[in-house]
Write a protein that binds this ligand. Sequence first.
Ligand code: MN
Ligand code: MN
Length: 463
Amino acid sequence: MYRENAWKKYDAEELAKLNAFAEKYKDYISTAKTERECVDESVKLAEAAGFRNLDDCIRSGEALKAGERVYRNWMGKDFMLFIVGEKGLEAGMNILGAHIDSPRIDVKQNPVYEEADMAYLDTHYYGGIKKYQWVSIPLAIHGVVVKKDGTKVQINIGEKDDDPVFYISDLLIHLAQEQMGKTAAKVIEGEELNLLVGSIPLADEEKEPVKANLLKILSEEYGLEEQDFVSAELEIVPAGKARDLGFDRSMIMGYGHDDRVCAYPSMAAVLDYEGTPEYTLCAVLTDKEEIGSVGATGMQSRYFENTVAELMALTGTMTELALRRAMQNSRMLSSDVSAGFDPAFAGVFEKKNAAILGNGVCFNKFTGRGGKSGSNDANAEFVGQVRAIMDEAGVSFQTAELGKVDVGGGGTIAYICANYGMNVIDAGVPVLSMHAPCEVISKADLWEEYKCYCAFLKGAKAL
Ligand code: MN
Ligand code: MN
């Protein structure tokens, strides 16, 4: 099967575009480290590109016509973009989907305690992580605290040069004889992920003086009291910006490539689209993929279908049957990262069907576990159309499975959208060290992915 290293084909002009796009992406993931921050940044970019808030249109009831551009912010954690097409929504949409939540460590609802003259926040990790990777590295706290009166306090500590950072300790090697004999799953256990946040006692305080001092600081600097943690969503993420990787600067090392490396270009492809499309175009950036797409902001909820219904109402085409047809007749690239082939761990891959860094955007006809269990398994007819679009646009692409048969597996949002009967295929970018605090991607794959999305928006059609 023919595939090639995409770097070989670039001239100076395209390299300049590729690098400019990579810089914008690095800024985005360095700023947006939580699903809420991704939505906030995306709203800014959408408004700058002339997209209007769909909720304003719903309130005013104004009719939307072909060529109009709207976005929707759902609960501050999901983000959708639409460009209304010439054909009615019943003809289906060209949809780009990706998720904006990433594996991390969340703060518990009753987290503050003191032990051995140090103050800690207790945590519960989010998504699939190797817990031992999250100790002894600089960490930041991002999130919101909602007070009883509904006011929301934004928290972002650990990113500026003069900010403090936070830390989860590991056991010193000198006393680790027993720990070193444990399996990796047990080296650091969930209840050992305790975030160190202070060590100065409050003078004249007898009982838990270090905790008392921490609470005093939280009260003075953020207006928070201990009870406010009950209604907080605080996410502990690696501190610091995404960086170029390698002498040739060909790769990017950073937190949260899974799945912002698909979310950002999906959004950019819709924002950059010029003119009025034939079919309605859409990007949907969703939350909660890493914990099963559950909850009111996960892809399994009806927020996306409901938003399409609102759009149909404003274009004067809403009936129950028309909505069902709009979903069923759509075509979607469900984009999520692929396991990049890693020579250090070659044994878990089957190289012919593995994603190679720099070989372009990666299509996964199916993901799932042993026996394709739980996978979407896109229709060959749709894969054929997607191939043709990619070749026509000169996009470098490859196909892959998630590792060798029966070695492991994973899921995406593809099967959920496919529940409507629409054609969906998994696409994405090869990543090294997926779900680690720092993941690695190739800038060439990021660029080919963006070109893939632009070509799909233009070229995908009813089958
Ligand atoms: Mn993931
Ligand atoms: Mn993912």
